[in-house]
Each structure stands twice: as C-alpha cells, then as structure tokens.
Design a protein around this ligand. Structure first.
Ligand code: KIV
Ligand code: ZN
Length: 566
C-alpha cells in the first residue's frame, strides 16, 4: 500500500494551553432589565475614524486622506467627529487647525479631540481647538485594576486624584476658550472601563463630574470603553446597567460607549449596551481601529435600518463609502463585510436563488412595500447595490440562477422546457470550476440555441404580399448545396415554414412562439424563441436574434431544425 492509500490514523488528542487564562468575573446583576429593551431609535453617533481608526493604520492617513475621510463622514451625517489627538501628532494638530481656519465645520457638527491627563497636552489641545464654535474635549486615563498595578503603580485614590486634577486643568484652560466664544463639552473616559472594578468606575466618574460640574441642561459625556473586549457582550451590558444605576448624577451625563472587537462582538456589545441605557456610540466605518478594530458603525446603523429604525446616518452609497475607506485606510473591505462586501447579497446556491427570485416577485405586490425576501435581510438597492448581484452562477447553482441572469442582464425570459434543456449545458460548463459570468452564460445560450451547427443555413429571403396572403422566397444552404425555396402562408413565418416543409418533405409544427425586444444594451435586437415538433412528436427549440423581427423568426426556425438534425 502506498502512503497515499493508508487509512488515516486516529488523531492524537492535542490541547491548547487554555489553563493559562482565567475567566472574566461578571458583575452580579440578577435583576437586570436590559434584555427586555429594544433599540427603537438611533443613538448619538460619534465617528472616531480620524483618531482611533487612524492610530491603528500601518500608514496613518495623509492630510489629504484625513480631509477626504472627514468630508465623507460629514456626507454620511455624523454630527460628532473625533478629528484627532492634536497634542500627540503634528498632522492631527494641523488638520484641526485647517478645518477650523477654513470654516469647514458645518453648523450642528461638533469636533472632538482626544487628550491625556497631562497639563502640557491639555494646553496644546486647547491651542489646537482655538476658534472652534463647539468642541468636545475628550480626556482619558486608564483606570483598570491591572494597569494601576502593572503600568502606573498607583492606588485608587491616586488615580482619582490624577483624573480630577486633569479635569480641573481642562476646566481652567478651556475657561479661556469659553470666554472667547467656544462652547466646550467635557468627555471623560475611564480607559479600560470593562477591566475596572465597577464601584471604582462609578467613583472616578462621579469625582470628575464633581469637578466639571455639568448640569442637566449642559451635560458632560462619560465614555465607557471596552478598550480590550474581555467577555461576552451581555456582561458588558450588565456592567453598564450596574454603572448607570449607581451613578449619582446620571441626569447630568450622556453615557457613551466605545467598544473594541477583540472577541469579534464589538457591534453586539454596543447594541446590548444601548439596551442597557447608553445614549451615544463611538466607533468607525467598517470597524477600523486598534487591533481587531472598533465598533463597526456601518453594521450597527444598518442593523437598525433593517429593523425599521431610522439609523440617522445616510448610507445609501455603500460603494462610495467602501472606496473612500479603502483609499484612506489602505485596508480592503472583506467580500463578506456585512451590508458592504461584494458577496453579501449574492446567492450561489440553487435553492437560495430560487427563493430570492420568488421573494422578489412579490415585493411590490403582496408584501405591501415591506421587504420580505428570503436570504436578503435588506434590499440591496437601498445601499447602492443592484438585484443583478443577488444571483451568481457556479456549480452550486440551479436553473433558477441561470434564468435570473438571462432575464436581468439580457431581458430574455426562457420558457421552462427550454430552460430544462439549457440547464445541463450550464451544469457541464460550471463543473470546470469557478463562477460563470453573465456573458459566458449568454455565449453558451447562443451556441446552444442560436448558432446551431447543422445542415441548414439561411442565406437570403424576401417576403411579398399576394393579396391577403404572404409569399416567402428564400435561398438556403443545405449541406453543400444552395437551393431556392418558396412557400405561401397567412404571414411570413407561416410562408417560410410552408417553404421549408416542401423542401424537407416532412411535417413541421410550430407549438411555441415568442418574440420580443431584448434589453437596451443589445442594440435593440429582437429575440424569437420557437419550438417545433417533428413527425415523431419530438420537440425542438430554436432561437433567432436579429434587429429585424422576420430574420429573427426565420433564424429560430432554422436553428430548431438544425437542433433536430443534431
Ligand atoms: O479604546 C479606548 O479605550 C480608547 C480611549 C482613548 C477612549 O480609545
Ligand atoms: Zn479605542
């Protein structure tokens, strides 16, 4: 026996070193209420593409790319945009100055700038935002148990002191800005909130609020990041509900979320967090951001949209959003990216294609304008896609897919028996592997039913009226011989068939006939599909294509006879 033929040995059980890790300790909240909530309106969205997203790129955005991304964010309807970390990057500083000095912040849009809890950085950040009408000053410091111990070697009291001192500094320095007419909103992030003891998170946020002194009318933002996603999203929701219940001045704070995606559930965590009472969501387009990324705002907004909730972002031109994102981040969008990837509205499988076709057929009628199509959570045209993309053909596909392609690309609707005849041709082609593009399917169709190899060829014809009747005189090639034929009938087709019957000396009954114009792109061609039966009652389809309807019809008859002889 060759090695190739040997039976596979039973795999030796191998283990990953899972003992190295410990389970995340959830907060106790047996009377949680968030699971009963539904998301019924959009949150306040804040894009952090130009900061968190940019920080995570192999090649950070150039000033031009930043501007391009910024303009896209405005176009999509973001009202809060974190435009950079100006004290940490000259490019960011210059960009903030550019959009302020060039008056590029529309009314109703607030820019946000990130800053660490250090005085020189706070001063520099204030310089960056000087002259802005409104600004969110985003102050952060890490509060997590692990970082306090390992990175900062600080007690809880010391970390609270650091945060409150920094808040006092922001207050002092932004008082000058406020006096100059800039409206300043404070955002405070206890960074690594999810890895912070919950009571400590409340304590430090409350302490910051006491220094800043927000009011119900002029709230501050408390941003609660899952800087590293550490547990299932329900645990994040529990942490948030716990926090919100225990925060003394809840009515003076906007609760904001900033999730990362280390476990692949960044969107789910933000969604459950909204159910737990949050008001605002930070994230990025397609989730670009540190490591596995941030909350993907496109997915989250589209999830709402697909539930009949206004996402309050305008995402209709998804191809443009993809193109600008790819250009600015230099990261390609995956073909399976929800709502945006090249394949996300595509079915290859025959049964899916069939269900989609049936679902689409009743969209306008029976379903009263409500989108209910199997396998398609939303209408692709709502995000700049087309129905054509929903069906693509490979070896997994069926007749329905082929019919859909011919119909949607060429305007050809095949009679079922013809489709049944054509199907094995396509099946055979697809077994070569890969996808069959519409033009390949079309070529195969033409090959099989139009340009049929066989003994007969139409060279020329003329049809003249003879009173009520029509006379057809045609020249055809039969094998190597050219012969002239003549027939008379009620119309041109009838006359041509009469001529052919006389020549062939055998019966020829037309049992199916359809003729119509093809799609515009096909140079206004007509298609004629015909079925004939012979003396043994066998049925043969033939198809003719021409700009002239009579030529198309005669072509289809010749093609059908050739198929019989084939
Ligand atoms: O992920 C994070 O914690 C951050 C903070 C700066 C908010 O990006
Ligand atoms: Zn982040």
């Amino acid at each position: 026996m060759t090695a190739k033929n040997q039976p596979l040995e039973a795999a030796t059980p191998r283990k990953m070193p899972f003992q190295k890790y410990k389970a995340f300790q959830p907060v106790a909240l047996p009377d949680r209420t968030w699971p009963d909530q539904v998301i019924s309106h959009a949150p306040r969205w804040c894009s952090v593409d130009l900061r968190d997203g940019n920080q995570a790129l192999i090649e950070p955005m150039t000033p031009d790319e930043k501007l391009k991304m910024y303009l896209l964010l405005l176009e999509l309807g973001f009202k809060e945009i974190e435009v950079g970390f100006p004290a940490a990057s000259q490019t960011d500083f210059d960009f903030v100055r550019l959009i302020i000095e060039q008056n590029m912040i529309p009314d109703g849009v607030i820019i946000q700038v990130l800053c660490q809890a250090r005085e020189e950085l706070i001063i520099r950040t204030c310089e960056a935002v000087k002259g802005a009408r409104q600004v969110i000053f985003h102050l952060y410091n890490s509060t997590s148990t692990l970082q306090r111990k390992v990175v900062f070697n600080m007690s809880r009291e010391q970390v609270v002191q650091l945060a409150t001192d920094a808040t006092a500094m922001v207050k002092a320095h932004t008082d000058i800005l406020q006096a100059e007419g800039t409206d300043v909103i404070l955002e405070y992030s206890p960074e690594s909130y999810t890895a912070t003891e919950m009571d400590f998170a409340v304590e430090i946020c409350d302490a910051v609020m006491n220094v800043w002194q927000p009011t119900v009318a002029k709230k501050m933002i408390l941003n609660l990041p899952s800087t590293v996603e550490m547990a299932t999203p329900n645990i994040y929701a529990d942490q948030l509900e716990w926090f919100i219940r225990h925060l003394p001045q809840r009515d003076k704070a906007v609760i904001s979320l900033h999730t990362h995606n280390d476990r692949g559930t960044g969107v789910a965590a933000s969604e459950l967090g909204l159910m737990a009472g949050a008001d605002r969501i930070e994230g990025t387009l397609f989730g670009n951001g540190e490591r596995t990324g941030n909350c993907d705002l496109i997915t989250m907004a589209m999830n709402m949209f697909s539930q009949g909730v206004d996402p309050e972002l305008y995402l209709s031109d998804m191809p443009k959003i993809v193109a600008v994102s790819e250009e600015c981040t230099k990261i390609p969008i995956h073909v399976r990216q929800p709502y945006a990837g090249e394949l996300v509205f595509t079915a290859f499988s025959g049964s899916h294609q069939d269900a989609i076709r049936k679902g689409m057929a009743r969209v306008d009628g029976e379903s009263a304008g409500i989108w209910e199509v199997p396998y398609l959570p939303i209408d692709p045209t709502d995000v700049g896609g087309s129905y054509r993309e929903t069906v693509r053909v490979n070896s997994q596909s069926g007749k329905g897919g082929v019919a859909f392609i011919l119909e949607s690309y060429y305007g050809v609707s095949l009679p079922r028996p013809l489709l049944l005849e054509f199907s094995p041709v396509i099946q055979k082609l697809s077994e070569g592997g890969g996808e069959l593009k519409p033009d390949t399917i079309w070529d195969a169709f033409v090959n099989e039913f139009v340009e049929v190899e066989g003994p007969y060829r139409l060279i020329d014809y003329k049809v003249v009226a003879n009173g009520e009747r029509q006379v057809c005189e045609a020249r055809i090639k039969v094998g190597e011989n050219v012969i002239d034929i003549r027939g008379e009938g009620n119309g041109p087709i009838d006359a041509f068939i009469a001529a052919m019957v006389e020549t062939l000396n055998e019966p020829l009954n037309v049992i199916d006939y359809q003729e119509y114009a093809l799609n515009e792109g096909s140079q206004a061609q007509a298609i004629c599909i015909i079925a004939i039966t012979d003396e043994a009652d066998s049925k043969f389809y033939g198809v003719g294509l021409s700009q002239n309807t009579i030529t198309a019809a005669f072509g289809s008859i010749i093609a059908a006879i050739n198929r019989k002889w084939r």
